[in-house]
Design a protein around this ligand. Structure first.
Ligand code: CDP
Length: 216
């Protein structure tokens, strides 16, 4: 029996993956999971509880208690939350605690769009459509800087570029579920693309995967 039609969209910070993923979810009428939000929530809630982000067991305790209903807090969208997320995301115990929630989403019979760093490699390697969205660090820093400025955060472009480079390094070098493309992911470099162009390119890639899936 063929697997549900799951689309995984992985890639580094501010690569455009969130926009691409939500565009695909709308086109195919699929529910979407922003897995980064889970790690952001764990990071922020751990900090609010006064915990040390390097304490794997403490952060895992927060992850175990996390429910989807808690994910709407705008504090999870801040620059600091991204950094806290990346720090707690290195702990295997945190990743394990968040695994079941992600798996149950990936196994929805009607399919889903999964956005993150390890969705195509670890959470749903059997997904029929996999994208790895990237862009140069400078382009990503510009995008993230505009986004955070619109949210009212006072931060410079250079600070954001440094954040992005540090987070790429941490996410890419951790032992558990490092950020990397699945062997069968299609790479989409959005450096020179507008939002519309990236969304169109992603849709063409997924159309081809969907045709193969329908024929399987
Ligand atoms: O939006 P942005 O790409 O900045 O971040 P995000 O997707 O919300 O992810 C925040 C952090 O969570 C990342 O830097 C990763 O360290 C971690 N993460 C992860 O380890 N695995 C995932 N599937 C998603 C996010």
């Amino acid at each position: 029996m063929r697997p549900p039609f799951v689309i995984t969209v992985d890639g580094p910070a501010a690569s455009g993956k969130g926009t691409v993923a939500s565009g695909l979810a709308a086109v195919y009428g699929l529910p979407m999971l922003d897995s980064g939000l889970l790690y952001r929530a764990v990071g922020v809630l751990a900090q609010r509880a006064g915990l040390d982000l390097d304490d794997a067991a403490a952060a895992a305790g927060i992850a175990q208690g996390l429910t989807v209903g808690q994910l709407t807090d705008p504090a999870f969208r801040t620059r600091a939350a991204g950094e806290a997320a990346s720090r707690v995301a290195v702990h295997p115990a945190v990743r394990l605690a968040l695994r079941e929630l992600q798996l149950s989403f990936a196994r929805r019979p009607g399919g889903a769009v999964l956005d993150g760093r390890d969705q195509g490699t670890v959470i749903c390697p059997e997904a029929p459509a996999k994208l790895y969205v990237s862009a140069s660090p400078e382009v990503r820093a510009t995008r993230r800087w505009k986004q955070l400025a619109a949210q009212g955060e006072a931060v410079t472009y250079d600070e954001i570029l440094a954040d992005i480079v540090r987070r790429d390094e941490r996410d890419g070098s951790r032992a558990d579920s490092p950020m990397r493309p699945a062997p069968d992911a299609v790479l989409l470099d959005t450096s020179e693309m507008t939002i519309e162009q990236a969304a169109d390119a992603a849709r063409r890639i997924v159309e081809a995967a969907r045709a193969r899936w329908e024929a399987s």
